[in-house]
Write a protein that binds this ligand. Structure first.
Ligand code: FES
Ligand SMILES: [Fe+2]
Length: 319
């Protein structure tokens, strides 16, 4: 279960999307159901332990339990069975649903991809997703690709003056000459790594940061201001990736300006989509099977992490 994406914390959806009805969300080939209760939000495998019906078709009861649509079994926020209708003698302690560790960080629900486990560590979120006093605009895109191609794209600087020649790559494009050289400096951090790209010895002042397993934070240099664009790259299944772009800022915080940030983020993501979806094989191959150069330093770091840690990961538990 969760092969290739197991035993990691990942941001999933905005908390505000979890309303009164249960919310079904795909993650790495598994359907989850998110539901709200007095203590926050819980995530269960969206599969009733009784006959496999989707719990997300059921309802959230006033006491914060979720009721299966088929025979009315009810589960609490930990997945424990609290009711088996018509069978008061049922041994409910053996009839629970499977919960995933869940946290609310900033404005998002995070889950740990090991059903029924206790997470061995707490999630680490990019500061822009959690720091108080920031306005955030969320944009979601669904891409027809394996998530690893999308993730690498987010860590890739040399594509900017080509794919994004009219947007975030415009300045680079202008400064670039036929003999220009880009240097990629990768500095490991506790959560992943920081990438600074310099063109002909000059850095634009921005930087990219990778947060394992699937996040990128791009710092856009504006003096004394916080302005970051985050890309959260979520595998839905082997063919489909959900991209969540989050622009965080400590200026232009009015709700009225949201469409502006949303539009520019959408445009940047849409520029990437065609190229990323075209890549074959769909899943990134081991480094030796594609040709790489020095400017691929950051994507090669991701590839190393993916093949050494994530790709063979598999969660026990669940059923
Ligand atoms: S399938 Fe859920 S209660 Fe029967
Ligand atoms: Fe891009």
């Amino acid at each position: 279960m969760f092969e290739g994406f197991a035993n990691v914390w990942t941001p999933l959806v905005e908390v505000r999307r979890v309303g009164r009805a249960p919310l079904r969300v795909m993650l790495a080939g598994e359907a989850l159901v998110l539901f709200r209760h007095a203590e926050g939000v819980s995530a269960l495998l969206d599969r009733c332990p009784h006959r496999g019906a989707a719990l997300s078709l059921g309802q959230v009861c006033a006491d914060g339990t979720i009721e299966c649509p088929f025979h009315g079994w009810r589960f609490d926020r930990t997945g424990a069975n609290v009711q088996v209708p018509l069978d008061p003698g049922a041994r409910r302690e053996h009839l629970g649903a499977v919960a995933l560790p869940t946290r609310i960080l900033g404005e998002m629900v995070w889950v740990y991809t090991a059903p029924g486990a206790v997470a061995p560590e707490e999630p680490v979120a990019p500061e822009g997703l959690t720091a108080p006093g920031l306005a955030r605009t969320y944009v979601e895109r669904i891409w027809d690709c394996h998530w690893t191609r999308a993730m690498e794209n987010m860590l890739d600087s040399p594509h900017l003056p080509f794919v994004h020649r009219r947007t975030i790559g415009r300045l680079l494009r202008r400064r670039m000459t036929p003999t220009s050289q880009m240097e990629i400096d990768w500095q490991p951090t506790a959560a992943g790594g920081r990438v600074v790209a310099a063109l002909d010895g000059r850095s634009g002042g921005g930087s990219l940061e990778f947060f394992r397993p699937n996040m990128m934070a791009l710092t856009i240099p504006i003096p004394r201001r916080h302005f970051r664009i985050h890309a959260l790259v979520t595998p839905m299944d082997a063919q489909t990736t959900r991209l969540t772009l989050v622009a965080s800022r400590d200026f232009a915080r009015s709700r009225l300006l949201e469409p502006l940030f949303a539009r520019s983020n959408r445009r940047i993501a849409d520029e990437d989509q065609r190229v990323v979806e075209s890549a074959r094989p769909r899943e990134i191959p081991p480094a030796g099977q594609e040709r790489s150069v020095a400017t691929d330093a950051a994507t090669l770091q991701f590839r190393k992490y993916y093949f050494e840690v994530l790709r063979t990961s598999r969660a026990s538990g669940g059923r």
